[in-house]
Design a protein around this ligand. Structure first.
Ligand code: GDP
Ligand code: MG
Length: 439
């Protein structure tokens, strides 16, 4: 699966302290394979990798403190672009009632999605009118009537003997009389795209001038869904896509190719048969999910804004030489504090639970002032080697800093503990932890 594949590529990339061009090329080769395996359109993959490569081989990565993570960030950003950038909502402004046509092949989920959409819009305060315009299958009208009852919205009493275009036209005229402002037309599907179907849909479009023509496509059909979207768009000029059945083990390739191939955004996704299983499509969240990294990217961003590169590099050197002093300890605490509450930071890191026990180590503002005072009251020798700080030195330091011996003891204990933890990080037990904070 795409997420797992990418995850292992990125773990490898993140493991490198420095990235060579070769590392990057190799990493991107694997990303490319993972995307192709996920059934992403070949040309889309090619363009995508080219874009990422150009950026990844540039300065922003080479000069970065965390090059591996920087590459991941670029892949993430480009994925979001590929998925459409921002969330694309329905545009129902203009004439009232607003008209939405749902089109697509048989079995793609049009009827179900019509009802889901009605439910969604009703929650947003609109007054939807469901219109069954599929007279192909006798049961189709009944199906939408049942669903509309479940959602609690009105359903147009379509006459199966009437042509669909007429049904749609009459329903749009009737909506304002019932004080309904959003007409959702569920159209007939075919097993394959054919001229008759397209002709009928085109005629309907002309008659009711919909604000939205949404193609409902089954994500499980992969590239077929993409090709179909293209065909419907060429014939009809769709305004967006609703990708259904995305919850399964759909390979996700369709979602990644639709915008690039059709130029039309995914607006919603169906993630189950139940009527509340429709979600607005958020490119950033989907990219996160594909990369399987929780909110670690926002953490990287935050850390990059805050962490002083020079200092961090020096610290890494020191830690390598096992010369992490009390002053470094103080600087690290300052840096952590600048990043925000530790809990918030930790919650953004995968493997959060392993790190939870660090929480107690991070002081609040007042404690930090004490810690600084205590460290300031130490001699340079004491700062460099805390083991020489015996009882009488502790008393002197407490007095000099206006704190208590207990405060000094606590500080030294925390320092010793962090020192120990850093050694563990160094041994690579916590690969996921961002470099720079602890080297
Ligand atoms: P239509 O022929 O395009 O109108 O398709 P239907 O709305 O009748 O749906 C066909 C089948 O797909 C039904 O069994 C639906 O319950 C199912 N379905 C629709 N959307 C989803 C979805 O998002 N996830 C899953 N798992 N099933 C869906
Ligand atoms: Mg149907």
């Amino acid at each position: 699966n795409l997420q797992k594949r990418l995850d292992s590529v990125f773990k490898k990339l993140k493991g490198y302290g420095r990235l060579t061009e070769e590392n990057i090329q190799e990493g991107l080769r694997e990303v490319r394979l993972a995307l192709l395996e996920a059934d992403v359109n070949y040309k889309v993959v090619k363009d995508f990798i080219a874009k990422v490569k150009e950026r990844a081989l540039g300065q922003e990565v080479m000069e970065s403190l965390t090059p591996g993570q920087q590459v991941v960030k670029i892949v993430h950003q480009e994925l979001i672009e590929l998925l459409g950038g921002k969330t694309s909502s329905l545009s129902l402004a203009g004439k009232s009632p607003a008209v939405i046509m749902l089109v697509g092949l048989q079995g793609s989920g049009k009827t179900t999605t019509s009802a889901k959409l009605a439910r969604f819009l009703k929650k947003k305060g609109r007054r939807p009118y469901l219109v069954p315009a599929d007279v192909q299958r006798p049961a189709a009208i009944k199906q939408l009537q049942v669903l509309s009852k479940q959602v609690g919205v009105e359903c147009y009493p379509s006459d199966p003997k009437e042509p669909p275009v007429e049904i749609a036209r009459k329903a749009v005229l009737k909506a304002p009389l019932m004080n309904l402002d959003t007409v959702i037309i569920d159209t007939a599907g075919r097993l394959h795209i054919d001229e008759a179907l397209m002709g009928e849909l085109k005629a309907m479009k002309e008659k009711v001038a919909p604000q939205e023509i949404l193609l409902v496509a089954d994500a499980m059909t992969g590239q077929d869904a993409v090709n179909m979207a293209k065909a419907f768009d060429d014939a009809l000029g769709i305004t967006g896509v609703i990708l259904t059945k995305l919850e399964g083990d759909a390979r996700g390739g369709a979602a990644l190719s639709i915008l690039a191939v059709t130029g039309k955004p995914i607006k919603f996704v169906g993630i189950g048969e139940k009527l509340d299983e429709l979600e607005a499509f958020h490119p950033d969240r989907v990219a996160n999910r594909i990369l399987g990294m929780g909110d670690v990217l926002s953490f990287i961003e935050k850390a990059q804004e805050t962490i002083d590169r020079e200092k961090a590099l020096k610290l890494q050197e020191k830690i390598k030489k096992d010369a992490f002093t009390l002053e470094d300890f103080r600087d690290q605490l300052r840096q952590i504090r600048r990043l925000g509450s530790l809990e918030q930071i930790l919650s953004m890191i995968p493997g959060f639970n392993k790190l939870k026990k660090m929480k107690g180590l991070v002081p609040d503002e007042k404690e930090l002032i004490h810690i600084e005072a205590i460290i300031n009251s130490m001699t340079p020798e004491e700062r460099a080697d805390y083991k020489i700080i015996n009882a009488s030195r502790r008393r002197r330091i407490a007095k000099g800093s206006g704190t208590t011996v207990q405060d000094v003891n606590k500080l030294l204990k925390n320092y010793a503990e962090m020192h120990k933890m850093i050694k563990k990080f160094k041994k690579g037990k916590f690969r996921g932890f961002p470099q720079g904070l602890f080297g």
